[in-house]
Design a protein around this ligand. Sequence first.
Ligand code: CNA
Length: 416
Amino acid sequence: MTRSALHELSKLLASSERTVEGSMSKAKPSKERRAVQLTLSRVTRSSSAQARQGDPPVPKDASAGPQMAPNQGAQRGRQADSGLAQDLSLMSMSEQEAILPRHRSPPGMKSSRSPPRLASKTVRATVPRGTLNSVARLLTLGRCRNVLVVAGAGISTASGIPDFRTPGTGLYANLQRYNTPFPEAIFNIDYFSNDPRPFFSLAKELYPGRHRPNYVHYFIRMLHQKGLLLRMYTQNIDGLEQMCGIPEEKLVEAHGSFASASCHLCYTPFPAEEAKKFIMTDRVPVCTFCQGTVKPDIVFFGEDLPQSYFQHTKDFPKADLLIIMGTSLQIEPFASLVNTVRSTVPRLLLNRDPVGPFQRVPLRRGDYMELGDLLDSVRKLAQILGWHQDICDLIQDEEQKVALSLQAAGVSLWRR
Ligand code: CNA
């Protein structure tokens, strides 16, 4: 078959897939729409013990082979069609890879100087097929222009902030000094009401100003600068996303931040800077209205998530690529967000270990997973995309600005 015939066939299959999906979503409420409806009621933060919406249960024994229910035939057929469409489009991509700027070939990748005109089988063998290459290709070819990033504590470990659950270094493993009866108590609103000191001593470590954003944060900013970032949803409370220059309207801080503070009983606002001064000097800020303890507006277990979180009902159906980074996906309702993109949308997990729906075997079609150190994976992806040098320049510029402003304020760098 000629290349143009392949291209036509690929286009035909892709358009028939779109038609089938369009009519299906009208026929019955989709899984993601049900998830959205569920989350529209009052939404509080909770741990993973609560029921998960989203992905169906996965057969444990993958070696037993696929087990198809009688009514699954049509669905499988549709998947096979779109898989074929994907494969066909991959073949035609070998030429398009040559469009990538030559000087930007990542280390270890073949130069695209002379694009091979080969039969399809050979082409498949020469196109790099790794996870990051596949996702980079989607971005480079302009197939993904509405990228959602979902992130957790793992993106900030390279900035020196421990995550929760990593054995040995995670906060939960080192909570003895806070004297909490169980690890989650530190973010439990009733426990805080009774004794705010453990949370305040943790807050002293996390308050913005002590840590700097790292390469991973700047990669996300680069997604924004390239016009690709639809929104970033973060569980982090360290403020490093804003510090690296991701604009406020592109960011949802789902578990709150230190940027504002209020009474934990009557919610009367309290000046955030004043609350910080109290907490940094081991004093307890008290509400001027009801004498309740004031806390930074970090969302505790059992508290409502901020209004901005509800943008997910519009964002997730719109996304065409989801990147999940450095999270154990253990905290609801945030964790279930990853199941609310359309079923055909590629999802990339960058993490040390498989989490959430990426624990299923085999992975869902369109799911990609790169395990290992996040910084390494993100750097590799940036190199493949040809963004690495731009990110390094950006970091250098930003660090220089910070150094200059500190100098102007009379603070020497080594005291930071
Ligand atoms: P978590 O449960 O601790 O999970 C972190 C995940 O990241 C784990 O799967 C780790 O394996 C992975 N990870 C950690 N470091 C790396 C690395 N260098 N490379 C690759 N993977 C890595 O944390 P979650 O974010 O899932 O939990 C949500 C909580 C954590 C939120 O409510 C936050 O408020 C809270 N938290 C935030 C911060 C912060 O703001 N920096 C720090 C600690 C905890």
